[in-house]
Write a protein that binds this ligand. Structure first.
Ligand code: GUN
Length: 286
């Protein structure tokens, strides 16, 4: 068997094309476009590249954006002042602070400082609580993109076994909740899982967000599974690759996402969708 490779890039373009039209309509209706503010602290090359991608996507869909570049030496107090300004700014609909932050800054305090109404990442405790309670909330971008990818593969998670490798607040935990909402039977494996292979082999849907390049080999994948690779890094040859051994897994899976060009573009596209959602919510609450 050889898996169908899900083209996350193409899928994201088709979503963004629809958003382009939606933004034209929103501007006609409300007199301005949605606006996303992105804060980056320091000069980590990976973070800079992600942020560039976000600003580029905003331009592509025709929304406004603001990029706030701050030095790695900035104090937490000063960063919180920037956030307070953006919270109060009527022309800003979404605020994203690129993570990770320098060690002297408490990320939790920064996340909590963003008003939940503009929290396009869905990381604020209020949004996290609402998500887990099944109430209206901003849904984090990567998990939201993963659900769209699974939908695209034609797999209905209802009744299926979903295994997530990784338990981060950004991916592992929220995607577990979304898969649970879609009626999957969900397991979360992590660094303390004793027999990882025994768990991953049960997965009809395998989401890997472990931050460990090449962790999942082909013999750890159940034949016919849908494999979603959230990892990204450079292997020993300097080539971008994921947490899944792509060649090995593609031999047994039914669907698989590549790295790059799988989950990444969909994450950015969902950020655009969340910004539009914040804009609409704010327009309705004014
Ligand atoms: N760093 C890695 N992924 C993300 C994300 O989804 N949002 C933010 N703000 N930072 C990140």
């Amino acid at each position: 068997m050889s898996a169908t490779v899900i083209d996350g890039k193409m899928l994201s373009v088709s979503y963004k094309e629809k958003m382009k039209e939606q933004i034209v309509e929103l501007e006609a209706k409300y007199g301005r476009k949605p606006c996303l503010a992105v804060i980056i602290v320091g000069e980590d090359p990976a973070s800079q590249s992600y942020v560039r991608g976000k600003i580029k996507a905003a331009a592509f869909v025709g929304m406004d954006s603001r990029l706030i570049e701050l030095p790695a030496t900035i104090s937490e107090e000063e960063l919180l002042r920037h956030i307070a300004d953006l919270n109060a700014d009527g022309g800003v609909d979404g605020i994203l602070v690129q993570l990770p932050l320098p060690r002297h800054i408490n990320s939790n305090e920064v996340i909590e400082a963003i008003t939940p109404m503009k929290d396009v990442d869905g990381f604020h405790p209020m949004n996290v609580a609402n998500l887990w309670l099944g109430l209206d909330s901003m849904v984090p971008c990567t998990p939201k993109g993963i659900m769209k990818i699974i939908e695209t593969s034609g797999i209905n998670p209802d009744g299926k076994v979903a295994v997530i490798v990784g338990r981060s607040n950004i991916v592992g935990k929220p995607v577990a909740k979304l898969l649970l909402d879609a009626n999957a039977t969900v397991m979360i494996a992590h660094t303390h899982t004793e027999d990882l292979k025994a768990i991953t082999l049960q997965a009809d849907i395998l989401v890997v967000a472990a931050g460990s390049l090449g962790l999942i080999k082909g013999d750890m994948v159940k034949p016919g599974a849908v494999v979603i690779d959230v990892g990204i890094g450079r292997n020993s040859e300097g080539k971008l690759s994921g947490d899944v051994d792509f060649e090995g897994a593609a031999r047994v899976a039914s669907y698989i996402t590549p790295v790059p060009g799988g989950v990444g573009p969909m994450t950015i596209t969902m950020l655009m969708e969340n910004t539009i959602e914040c804009f609409i919510n704010r327009m309705h609450s004014l």
